[in-house]
Design a binder for this molecule. Structure first.
Ligand SMILES: CC(C)(COP(=O)(O)OP(=O)(O)OC[C@H]1O[C@@H](n2cnc3c(N)ncnc32)[C@H](O)[C@@H]1OP(=O)(O)O)[C@@H](O)C(=O)NCCC(=O)NCCS
Length: 153
């Protein structure tokens, strides 16, 4: 298994992965444009010569980043791949000096296993909601907000 930064040539595989889950309502759909624009936020996981995982760490503010678009291919879940991406992002956040990371998710048990706790959405700064206007569910967000505070040196 290889976890690495995403490349533009990965975008079609990443879209397939994320948007297959989006069709079932498990996560929000992403456009090709969004993936190109934010490609430096993304990692991919390669296994069996294919992309089996992807996800992004997006910086929101000087003290806050969000884990987004986390997806592990069906058939490869429950093998630790999702958690490895989260561990990677938390390390990246530490290196950038970001003390808090959050996720909006329908998978609270997975994020709890990664050390996140549920928080009130209203506790997040307004900037978090800037991109929600593009979400098909806006303004009726039913995702659960979870965060983790990191020990910074
Ligand atoms: C959620 C998702 C990313 C988890 O990835 P994964 O590779 O299966 O997770 P891991 O194998 O790393 O699991 C880590 C831990 O969480 C647990 N876990 C994983 N998914 C879980 C779930 N849906 N419910 C409860 N526990 C879960 C695992 O059992 C494991 O526990 P352990 O440490 O005690 O062994 C993956 O199931 C997925 O892509 N789901 C569909 C898309 C989605 O919902 N993405 C989240 C968007 S924010």
């Amino acid at each position: 298994m290889i976890l690495r930064k995403a490349k533009l040539s990965d975008v079609e595989d990443m879209l397939n992965l994320v948007n297959k889950y989006a069709e079932t309502g498990l996560m929000l759909p992403r456009s090709r444009n969004t993936l190109y624009e934010h490609i430096r936020d993304f990692v991919v996981v390669e296994k069996d010569e294919q992309i089996v995982g992807t996800g992004a760490l997006h910086i929101v503010w000087g003290d806050l980043a969000e884990i987004r678009a986390l997806a592990v291919a069906p058939g490869y879940t429950k093998q630790g791949i999702g958690k490895q991406m989260v561990v990677y992002f938390l390390q990246e956040a530490r290196e950038l000096g970001i003390p808090k990371v959050f996720a909006l998710t329908y998978q609270p048990d997975f994020f709890a296993k990664c050390g996140f706790v549920i928080v009130n959405k209203e506790s997040m700064p307004q900037k978090v909601w800037k991109e929600c206007i593009n979400c098909p569910k806006f303004p009726n967000c039913d995702e659960i907000c979870m965060e983790i505070n990191l020990d910074l040196p």
